[in-house]
Design a protein around this ligand. Sequence first.
Ligand code: ADP
Ligand code: MG
Length: 316
Amino acid sequence: MKEFELIGRYFQRAAPSALLGVGDDAAIVRTRPGHDLHVSADMLVEGRHFFADVAPRALGHKTLAVNLSDMAAMGATPRWALLAIALPRADEAWVAEFAAGFFALADAHGVELIGGDTTGGPLTLSVTIMGEAPSGRALRRGAARAGDDIWVSGELGLGALAVRHRLGWLNVNDAELLAAARHKLEYPEPRLALGAALLPLAHAAADVSDGLMADLGHILSASGVAGEVWADSLPSHPLLEADRLAYLDCLAAGGDDYELVFTAPTAKRDRIEAAAAACGCRATRIGRVLDGQGGRLLDAAGQTVKLHKEGYDHFG
Ligand code: ADP
Ligand code: MG
């Protein structure tokens, strides 16, 4: 199968909300009046971001999901995607499954694929995502203020648990917990509805891709503030709660959760809880923003908890 047949068969789809989609030298889009264009790219590399034997359908989902998660963290609504892929070979069955996973998530959120690039090479998947939000509105990392609550959506730790189990770093015996962890790792659900609902409620947000303390750390340093996080408050799966201490590293520094960590004024507590409930996920208050600098994880006695690392770093 030739490059153009592959693109035509698996990636060329109608994109009615774009002015021009797949097939020309560039796509053309126009945001709605009164909106800003939000643009971001995220790449997945075999052996680095996913295991070589992952199901192609899951990979298609995750390739788009990690990008949608960035839109969620801005409070933006994703609209268009570009997909650049390097494939070791033109394996049609593989591409069909990958595309099925990708488009199932795209369709669920009204995202249109409007272009990309396809080459031979070591398996690499890169999406450029474009979304929009009302002009001048965004959940910027630099907007946290001393006195804000720190919140996190959903549950933490499962993605990292699946990775650590797979690498043999820790042994998970509970089959139900392991299945839940694997699902979270392979099929993360970007918190788009919550991100958009937070636009008028929260100050700053980031998505938890590298690890809670690391991603929160980006908010704190961009905002020029400090923060404390209460280890006991970190929300997780009930089966993991049973042995929180053993898994604290997964909760506080594990990547691959794709939840939102955000800061908001204390006056917005009720509305945030209501917004989360309306989006079908939890929002948990896990700490507060303070004057100063740096993020600290505290135990029940108020002592700083030392983590091996605050999150994943490709070069550290
Ligand atoms: P160019 O030669 O300008 O790089 P290509 O021949 O690579 O263009 O691609 C032809 C068309 O197919 C372009 O519109 C491009 O955006 C689109 N395209 C290529 N690969 C993909 C892909 N994986 N997903 C979606 N669109 C793609
Ligand atoms: Mg090209």
